[in-house]
Ligand binder design. Structure first.
Ligand code: PLP
Length: 381
């Protein structure tokens, strides 16, 4: 067996890199976790234990809602299991246009376009609109896929300090001072995925308008829970969290959406969303709009928890319990699992060094008594 093959050095490289990840306490592993379908509460089984999950993004409790399941099942029966091709070939079916129209309407925008996931949406929007000579300014805590899009676009990119309007203003002035015909895009999250705080969108929108920069707001964690009062030129989001399905979208003006359909490679060269995912998201969106009390319940649960453990009132349904050290966060998650809770530890590099945490996600499906029980356990950590 030749040991000088490319394959052998690849395996050596993998072993060496894994050893470094292990030494840093950052090894990721997959743990089989399945939803207990019979329960309304978000119960899951993992490693033979039944746990109440505070780590799922099904904020409105719609992933097991009978109307959502029925819509997905009916779509499979009518249109088949997969989409068969890109939308531009033979993958277009009526549910996709219907979902886009509904999303655009819900966000108060003219048009929308769908992607395979939220990750692909950010990748497609940024690479589709920006290129060499342009500038992308990103919030320092923005999601990995916004950075991936900025890097892949070939534009110059720079991060501004998290939610810091002064630093953003400096970045905008510097981008404009460099002159040229380059465009400027500013990307942030409406509700930050790991911290649960919110971007000062109205002020950011005003700053961006003043510098003719395009604001992209990633609403992955806002839709259906934290009402967005500010419209932005690029309103991106996912179908995979409150909408309990799979897929990504961006809402924008009609010509912008038409341009993206022609330029966003992650949409053009990728198979369309399966009909079941579109149908499930459409059904979930209708419920989210008709029953705003679901989002309110998720927020109330987060407030109840924060109050019980003595944290600041949360700005969203996401509440981080900061532990700092990655191993301390892992130990805390294990303690909570012994108490019957799934609260996954989030470590670097997902979050900055020294800010390992339990990231708790409160949902409409959690009962008050369970939130109080969790708070007691967290207090005892
Ligand atoms: C989850 C998430 C995404 C990616 O969405 P997917 O549909 O899961 O690919 C993008 N941005 C933010 C802020 C997210 O939290």
């Amino acid at each position: 067996m030749p040991d000088h093959s490319g394959g052998a050095s690849l395996i050596r490289q993998a072993r060496a890199a894994l050893a470094r990840i292990e030494a840093a306490g950052q090894m990721r592993g997959l743990r089989q976790t399945t939803r207990v379908m019979a329960s309304a509460a978000p119960l899951v089984t993992r490693d033979g234990r039944t746990l109440l999950s505070f780590s799922c993004n099904d904020y409105l409790g719609l992933a097991t809602h009978p109307a959502v399941l029925a819509a997905a099942t009916e779509a499979i029966a009518r249109y088949g299991a997969g989409a068969r091709a890109s939308r531009f070939v033979t993958g277009e079916h009526p549910l996709l246009g219907a979902l886009e129209a509904r999303l655009a309407h819900a966000k108060g925008m003219a048009a929308a376009t769908l992607f395979g996931t939220g990750y692909l949406a950010n990748l497609g929007v940024i690479t589709g609109l920006m290129g060499p000579g342009d500038t992308v300014l990103l919030d320092g805590l923005a999601h990995s896929c916004l950075f991936a899009g900025a890097r892949a676009s070939g534009a110059r990119f720079r991060r501004f300090r998290h939610n810091d309007l002064e630093d953003l203003a400096d970045g905008l002035r510097a981008a404009r001072a460099r002159g040229g015909a380059g465009h400027v895009l500013v990307a942030t999250e409406t509700v930050f995925s790991m911290d649960g705080d919110r971007a000062p969108l109205a002020a950011m929108r005003a700053l961006c308008d003043a510098h003719d920069a395009w604001l992209l707001a990633d609403d992955a964690h806002g839709l259906g829970v934290v009402a967005g009062a500010v419209t932005v030129p690029l309103a991106m989001g996912t179908l995979s969290k409150a909408l309990a399905s799979q897929g990504g979208y961006v809402c924008a003006a009609e010509p912008v959406v038409r341009l993206l359909r022609n330029r966003a490679a992650s949409q053009i060269y990728s198979t369309a969303l399966p009909p079941a995912s579109a149908a499930a998201a459409l059904a979930a969106l209708e419920i989210a709009l008709a029953e705003p009390e679901r989002g309110a319940r998720a927020l109330a649960n987060a407030r109840l928890f924060a109050d019980a453990v003595g944290l600041e009132p949360p700005q969203s349904q996401i509440v981080p319990v900061m532990l700092g050290d990655a191993r301390a966060a892992m130990a805390a998650a294990e303690r909570l699992a012994e108490e019957g809770f799934l609260a996954v530890a989030i470590r670097p590099p997902t979050v900055p060094e020294g800010t390992a945490r339990l990231r708790l996600a409160f949902t409409a499906a959690h009962a008050e008594a369970d939130v109080r029980r969790l708070a007691n356990c967290v207090r005892a950590l």
